[in-house]
Design a protein around this ligand. Structure first.
Ligand SMILES: [Zn+2]
Ligand SMILES: [Zn+2]
Length: 389
């Protein structure tokens, strides 16, 4: 029997409101949406923020065949978690079927999520009539104490501490356990316990990291969000293997998120900052999970060849230095072919020889690994770097 593989893709990672500010492009500006493909082929979508539109645009365009039925889990009804729904193209295709899971809000009453759909598409807020959404939709209300099977996978839902309530989800698959716990604030003992039960022994623990520990203790206390520090503490306490910092503040620039990630990596080995387009693959037992960033390299392409010495950290934490040729170079970054596979979001130093008026000059650049895909030559990795210094 082959190893079961599960794939978690991040389509939206920003909290509260989408951002289009260029200083947030590297981690991404769309609001929460994840897509999780379980080993048995069951497809899950976690939250319907603006990232859902991007997922809809890629639906059926990639190599994997999408099942006609998809299970969509909505954590709560704040704008940033539902705003992508009217823009999700597969909802307008007749043969598709979507099973939605959410909860009955005391502010909305019966069929809360169906009401959200109708309200979002009501005149004058949206130009397309509700009836144009021809995919089959079913709605299931959860109570926050639920455990049930979806295909071969066991799903658990629990309440988290957030204004007007929020559900956290745990999905147990033959390839491993994924926990999605966005929008939660520490400080309520019963709900803190729920979060720990959800996250116990998780292979991937996605947790709210909107604020810094200092903000959380002062100006942002009571806003319903958490910090990288809380995530690290919980991950340690309940033996979660990999922590993903999620729901970045719209005012956090890429540099701020770099700083948050750096602080978390000082205290916990396997941490990633959620980034639009990031894919985490589960399934190799005993191995640290691998995060990849496949994507278009066209924005980086420019014909040039520079000899370079590249040093960084591999995905299993080893230092390396390697001589290579940089072919695609732009002002902000480069695409570099390496025999080593550096860790996604790790720091890389690139020393390049560039031709100048007075002969060859050395250029020393520091940056972060933002993309990883298989290289053109066998056994190589194409590494996308964004230069920050
Ligand atoms: Zn949110
Ligand atoms: Zn919220």
């Amino acid at each position: 029997m082959s190893t079961p593989i599960a794939k978690l893709t991040f389509w939206g990672v920003r909290g509260s409101t989408p951002t289009v500010d260029p200083v947030t492009w590297r981690f991404g500006g769309n609001t929460p949406c994840l897509d999780f493909l379980a080993p048995d082929g069951t497809q899950f979508i976690l939250d319907c923020g603006t990232g859902l539109r991007m997922l809809g645009n890629r639906w059926g365009a990639d190599d994997s065949v999408r099942p006609t039925k998809t299970h969509i889990f909505v954590t709560h009804y704040h704008w940033d978690h539902i705003q992508g729904l009217p823009f999700f193209a597969p909802l307008y295709v007749e043969n598709n079927e979507f099973q939605f899971y959410s909860f009955r809000s005391k502010f909305l009453g019966r069929d809360s999520l169906r009401q959200v759909f109708e309200a979002q598409m009501a005149l004058p807020y949206f130009p397309v009539d509700f009836s144009a959404m021809s995919a089959r939709r079913k709605f299931r209300e959860l109570s926050g104490g639920d455990t049930f099977q979806v295909g071969e996978n066991k799903v658990t839902a629990r309440w988290l501490n957030h204004p007007q309530r929020c559900l956290g989800f745990r999905i147990e698959t033959p390839a491993g356990i994924v926990v999605y716990a966005t929008d939660n604030e520490p400080g309520d003992s019963a709900l803190d316990k729920n979060l720990r039960e959800l996250a116990a022994n998780a292979d991937i623990f996605v947790n709210d990291a909107q604020f810094t520990p200092a903000q959380l203790a002062t100006t942002r206390k009571g806003w319903g969000h958490s910090s990288w520090k809380e995530g690290v503490n919980i991950a340690r306490e309940v033996n979660a293997k990999t922590l993903v910092l999620f729901h970045h503040d719209p005012d956090s620039t890429d540099r701020v998120v770099d700083g948050i990630l750096h602080a978390a990596r000082e205290e916990f080995d396997s941490v990633f900052a959620a980034s639009e387009g990031m894919v985490i693959t589960l399934g190799a037992a005993g191995e640290p999970v691998q995060a990849h960033m496949p994507g278009s390299r066209t924005s980086l392409r420019r014909e040039a060849q520079f000899r370079a010495s590249v040093s960084g950290l591999t995905s299993d934490g080893q230092r390396f230095t390697e001589e290579t040729t940089v072919r695609d170079l732009a002002l902000q970054g480069a695409l570099i072919s390496l025999k080593h596979s550096p860790r996604l979001q790790s720091e890389l130093e690139v020393v390049m020889e560039t031709p100048g008026a007075d002969g060859a000059q050395q250029m020393r650049l520091r940056g972060y690994v933002v993309r990883l895909e298989s290289g053109v030559e066998k056994g190589t990795t194409a590494v996308g770097v964004v230069f920050t210094d």
